[in-house]
Design a protein around this ligand. Sequence first.
Ligand code: OGA
Ligand code: MN
Length: 290
Amino acid sequence: MKTRPLHPKFGLIVEDVDLREVTADQLYPEIRAAFETHSALLFPAQALDDASHIALARLFGPLENREAMAANDADMEFIVPAVSNETETGVADAASLHTLDLQANMLWHTDSTFLPVPALVNILTAKVVPPEGGETELASTRAAWAEMPAALKDSLRDAVIWHRLSHSRSKISAELGAQIKMTRWPDRPWRAVWPNPVTGEEALYIASHSFAIQGLGHEKAGALTDDAIAFCTQDRFVYSHAWSPGDVLIWDERAVLHRGRPWDYTKPRTLKSICCSVTEADGLAAMRIV
Ligand code: OGA
Ligand code: MN
């Protein structure tokens, strides 16, 4: 693969691959190795439709189907999730719960930390982009962890962090946080440091969904969570992607925080996102509490 760095500390831009041609034997092994090593991959100007998006995602792991997970029905049809303000009746109103939910993605987060099985990867591709704004930003919690001052690092190394989707949604709007879609997942604990099972490198595993730290009072836990996320999301650890239609951004949820950026909400913006769930091979056992 022909690659160049995405950011001085992490990520690669892959220039000569058509993602529709990737199969388990052809290109996937190289892509997967680069994913483990570099945490983020950008494939500019691709042409993924839903079918080729799904085919690519299946190579990384089981497709994350939240409706199936919530219903405990593995056979439920998978629909590629849209991250979009376009609705059947036009662009969503800026004050609607729909837009507020998109705005909750603008808090630094890791996807799916609140699910019974968290995500390994998000494969995100742009369909419709606004003329300005609407970037997606990635922060390497692997690079940040490696540079974190000892005092902060020591207080996080053995921590157990609890995650709740309604926690991040409530920061934006109490009404949004109270929706059944947000409250339906039981609180979920994970260890704070995810060792990559292939490279051995550690990364901080934290999110906007993090609402408590085992053994710490509410205020201390909140301050530690805020300090940790603030450290990891300093400019020097952040890549900001200004989308062109077709771009595909793939990141390792075990080692990257991300957020969306605002845009003019009267303008349509549509991305399609498939997350794959982690499997034991991705190092999940090291993250479980029991
Ligand atoms: C996501 C996400 C942010 C954005 O797809 O998980 O957080 O830029 N997207 O829309
Ligand atoms: Mn997200």
